[in-house]
Design a protein around this ligand. Structure first.
Ligand code: MSP
Length: 524
């Protein structure tokens, strides 16, 4: 059963730390959320796609100071010069972009804290233990490893491999332990709440081992949102960052908007699934709010077998790829080549090979050939297929119908790679159909005119359906294809599943010229 069937769809990415510029791991989360939200929006569902930046905390404060500027100035610089430009680089159609330094966020966070404090879920205590600034996370001894090389003899964070800090400070705590049973009940009642199953199992086991209360304030730093009931403390960065999903959608200021949007599908990397599937729903339960609709954890992009990261110097800038291959190929490649929910290795060779085989030779060549034949044999006008249609056309039409249905089911279950695989059946079968029907041979004898009409119509109609269903993945090139097929406006002006039915192309439509959708790339 599809997981997301209700009449509204709100999808949010994590908000990104502004200590550094984006790499392709961040871009992966963004393009996945964008393709899902475009699919839902194009399907006529009331859709909201939220992304943004996480700007408080020690990590950003330290980076700013190391660069000789105030944290806010640093954040402004990174947001304007790197994070907002990423939206254009990847051609994202986000509906909102939240920064945690915005007033709308800060005031709603304080309201939330006051609410939990008034309800008795926040108390003062002492935190004594470990903290990793890289993760911005409190650590238990089990989370640590023995350092190697320059950190020999020290305890380090398992993720960052760098020494952790030892903290002993007066903090405020959130009574997270109160929610252990309710969380386990949530996981039991809604088996799809956390996906994929591997991540779900790990989280259920973690909560089963017992939850501790969570320190939610820091008194030794000042780059953060002050606690409304004790201004000598700032809010722990994760506690306020998680709240962005509701502070950006009207909680505490516009209840009507909030009711329309919430709950969200939370798309996260698996490294931060625990924050979203344990702490976040517990916070919402404490406030009397609904938990998220789903927490879907995607895998990591690996480079050389390891999680790609800037700190390990394996980071690749998204524009390194889009400058050569374009935004559409970037989006297609990562969504097609990696099973959504599993890790995937990135390599330039694989990207080039798929670009060549699937985009340039597969889809691009199909589109060019069909449009060129319509010009050559039918004066650029879509012919009437009715007299010549037969079994081969019926067979292709049924593949189109089946592939669109299955792609839609896959998108509603977050199986983005599977949706693309289904859609590619149309590309491959249309190519195979042309090879078998040989319209270039039919064109040699006027006695075959009806058959040629049917074949050209059928291939052009398949392209029209492809432009519609591939538009969420490759908006630029599919708009170009749509226009070349003589269709008005944009594919996104149509209600996706109503329009993507076989036979929707109007006889008599004039087609235009189509420049190569995926030009050959000079390899050096
Ligand atoms: N600021 C927090 C999230 C707060 S949400 C309330 C954060 N930021 S992050 O910038 O470090 O990471 C954001 C997202 O990028 C995460 O989902 C993370 O999993 C993803 N990725 C970072 N490196 C990645 C790869 N190498 N591969 C895939 N995704 C990766 O965490």
């Amino acid at each position: 059963m599809p997981t997301t069937t209700s009449d509204s769809f709100f999808i949010a990415t994590p908000i990104f730390y502004v200590n550094d510029v984006p790499h392709i791991g961040h871009a992966y989360t963004e393009v996945a959320a964008d393709a899902l939200s475009r699919w839902m929006r194009n399907s006529g569902i009331d859709t909201w796609f939220l992304t943004g930046t996480d700007e408080h905390g020690q990590k950003i404060m330290r980076t700013a100071l190391a660069n000789g500027v105030e944290p806010k100035e640093w954040a402004d610089r990174l947001v304007e010069q790197a994070w907002k430009p990423l939206l254009t680089t990847l051609n994202l159609a986000n509906d909102d972009f939240i920064r945690t330094t915005e007033e709308r966020h800060e005031s709603a966070v304080q309201k939330f804290l006051t609410l939990l404090h008034d309800k008795g879920f926040i108390y003062q205590g002492e935190y004594e233990g470990f903290y990793c600034v890289g993760c911005e996370e409190y650590k238990t001894p089990a989370d640590l490893a023995e350092g190697t090389d320059e950190f020999e003899g020290q305890k380090v964070c398992q993720i960052h491999g760098r020494p952790i800090e030892v903290l002993k400070e007066e903090n405020y705590f959130f009574k997270m332990s109160d929610f252990q049973e309710q969380l386990l009940e949530l996981y039991r009642e809604r088996p799809d709440f956390i996906q994929p199953a591997s991540v779900k199992n790990e989280i259920v086991a973690f909560v089963n081992r017992g939850l501790e209360d969570l320190s939610i304030s820091r008194s030794n730093i000042d780059w953060g949102i002050e606690l409304p009931f004790d201004t000598t403390h700032v809010t722990y960065v994760w506690f306020e960052a998680l709240l962005n999903y509701i502070t950006a959608t009207g909680w505490g200021s516009n209840e009507e908007e909030f009711a329309r949007r919430w709950p969200a599908v939370q798309l996260v990397g698996k490294d931060i699934a625990r924050f979203h599937a344990v702490i976040w729903p517990a916070m919402l339960m404490a406030a009397g709010l609904e938990p998220p609709k789903n927490v879907f954890a995607h895998g990591w992009l690996l480079v050389g077998g390891e999680k790609m990261s800037k700190s390990k110097l394996t980071g690749i800038a998204p524009s390194d790829i889009t400058d050569v291959f374009g935004a559409d190929a970037f989006r297609y490649y990562f969504l097609r080549a990696i099973t959504f929910g599993s890790d995937g290795s990135f390599s330039w060779e694989d990207l080039s090979a798929r670009y060549e085989a699937e985009l340039a030779n597969g889809l691009g060549n199909l589109a060019s050939r069909v449009i060129a034949m319509l010009h050559r044999y039918r004066g650029g006008v879509i012919p009437d297929p009715s007299a010549g249609t037969g079994a081969a056309e019926e067979a292709l039409r049924s593949v189109m119908t089946d592939a669109v249905t299955k792609a839609n089911e896959a998108m509603h279950s977050f199986a983005i790679h599977e949706a693309l695989a289904q859609i590619w059946r149309i590309v491959e079968d249309t190519n195979g159909y042309l090879t078998e029907q040989e319209p270039w041979a039919l064109a040699k004898d006027d006695a075959n005119a009806d058959r040629l009409d049917a074949v050209l119509y059928q291939a052009a109609d398949a392209l029209r359906v492809l432009a519609l269903v591939l538009h969420p993945f490759m908006p630029n090139s599919m708009s170009a294809l749509w226009g070349a097929l003589g269709q008005e406006g944009e594919p996104s002006d149509q209600v996706l599943l109503d329009a993507a039915v076989a036979g929707g192309l109007k006889t008599g439509t004039t087609v235009l010229e189509l420049p190569p959708l995926f030009p050959r790339i000079e390899q050096d």
